[in-house]
Design a binder for this molecule. Structure first.
Ligand code: PLP
Length: 428
């Protein structure tokens, strides 16, 4: 550890709990020897990790900077203020709340601030890529509010604005939620805003997956259009695990009250410190290069998979992720994801538009580029990864091939890591 933590406990993790240390070492090895293709994951920087492991974890700080229920908040006030300012600068927002413990809590905070129980809310159909908190029957969102869904055109698999307009006019929702976990295209915020205005609905842009792309100028920003933006901070944004809300100034007070005391107690100030570090990193010019590389790598991966004869939902990608549509009779998404894992390629099963096999087995597999791009993979490697993925999809039961692919993947990881370390040497 580089930070000196005043602690009554003697010894390092190696001395105190080698059992947990061995698990951390195992996870570290896994992250270095397999390729992370889950689009919602990333490798945060050492600086973000240091702040997350800092002394700020000791402090109770219920409330907001300069308005705390506890004394001794001089430094947590400073760091939380810095995080809020940087968030507003990065996204051009009026107000930021950096306390939500996760993206789901951020959404809960927005709903609590702006809706009454039973209000009608419109969200993207979960099968087409909506999130649990956009009205899944097993989630609080559907238990507290009346969700109606808009979907995608079954042919193009793109958001169908005629349908969005029709569902909005028929249901007059209090809010329209726009955002997804598995939509490989950009969002047309202006058209959503026009429809929201027409029916008198609030607009929530849930940018959990794409906030990093927006920050780096690789996806249009909803901030000028949406009343609220909610996000996770650990996806393409590359921060610590957590959430954040951006809103127009007229909502600032209600958002803050909804998060605390509405639904959370003490904020995680160590995570907020790490969010401040992440926001600083995202404000640097290099982050724009990173965001654009995420998209160009996704396009390289998509082209490679198409060249192998695979089918992609919407035919390709404009962002950080893509979904391979499998045949309706062959192996399921879950079976392919398991085979890919044995080959060192870490992805997840995902539903596809018109899904017939349910949310667990599924007929699709989802791949994303943010984490592997951070690791150092470029377009050439992503074309290779596409070939490896196609090989596994075509013959997921060939265990000899899975094992040899895992070896190839490990070599690829080592080569990329070596190149990255060489580069950082020559840059220094
Ligand atoms: C990931 C995600 C969330 C929730 O984030 P958690 O931090 O996992 O709670 C919310 N909305 C969308 C669209 C997401 O992709």
């Amino acid at each position: 550890m580089t930070t000196q933590t005043p602690s009554p406990l003697p010894g390092s993790l190696a001395d105190v709990d080698p059992e947990v240390l061995a698990m951390i070492d195992g996870e570290t090895r896994r992250l270095r020897e397999t390729i992370q293709l889950i689009p919602s994951e990333n490798y945060p920087s050492q600086a973000v990790m240091e702040a997350t492991g800092s002394v700020f974890t000791t402090k109770y700080a219920e409330g907001y900077p300069k308005r705390r229920y506890y004394q001794g908040c001089q430094w947590v006030d400073a760091v939380e203020d810095l995080a809020r300012k940087r968030a507003c600068t990065l996204f051009g927002a009026d107000h930021a709340n950096v306390q939500p413990h996760s993206g789901s809590s951020a959404n809960m905070g927005v709903y609590l601030a702006s809706l009454n129980y039973g209000d009608t809310v419109m969200g993207l159909d979960l099968i087409a890529g909506g999130h649990l908190t956009h009205g899944s029957p097993v989630n609080f969102s559907a238990k507290l509010y009346k969700f109606v869904a808009y979907g995608v055109d079954p042919k193009t698999e793109l958001i169908d604005f005629d349908q969005v307009r029709g569902v909005a006019r028929a249901n007059r929702p209090k809010m329209i939620v726009v955002g997804a976990t598995a939509y490989p295209r950009t969002f047309d915020w202006a058209t959503f805003k026009e429809i929201a205005d027409e029916v008198g609905a609030l607009l929530l842009a849930d940018i959990a997956h794409i906030s990093g792309l927006i920050a780096g100028g690789a996806h249009p920003s909803p901030v000028p259009f949406a009343d609220f933006c909610s996000t996770s901070t650990h996806k393409a944004l590359r921060g610590p695990r957590g959430g954040m809300i951006l809103c127009k100034s007229e909502w600032a007070e209600r958002i803050d009250k909804a998060i605390m005391p509405g639904l959370q107690g003490g904020p995680l100030e160590h995570v907020i410190a790490a969010k401040a570090v992440m926001l600083h990193e995202a404000l640097q010019p290099a982050f724009r290069d990173y965001a654009h590389a995420i998209v160009s790598n996704a396009k390289a991966l998509a082209q490679s998979l198409l060249d192998e004869g695979l089918t992609l939902v919407t035919g390709g990608t404009e962002n950080h992720l893509l979904i391979v549509r499998l045949g309706e009779t062959g192996p399921t998404g879950k079976e392919i994801a398991r085979a890919l894992e044995r080959a060192g390629l870490i992805a997840n099963a995902n539903t596809v538009p018109g899904e017939t096999r349910g949310a667990f087995q599924t007929s699709g597999v989802r791949f994303g580029t943010p984490a592997a791009t951070t690791f150092g993979f470029g377009a050439d490697e992503f074309r290779t990864i596409g070939k490896l993925i196609a090989r596994v999809i075509k013959d997921p039961a060939d265990t000899t091939m899975l094992k040899s692919t895992a070896n190839e993947v490990r070599d690829l990881c080592h080569a990329v890591e070596t190149r990255r370390l060489d580069l950082s040497h020559s840059a220094a």
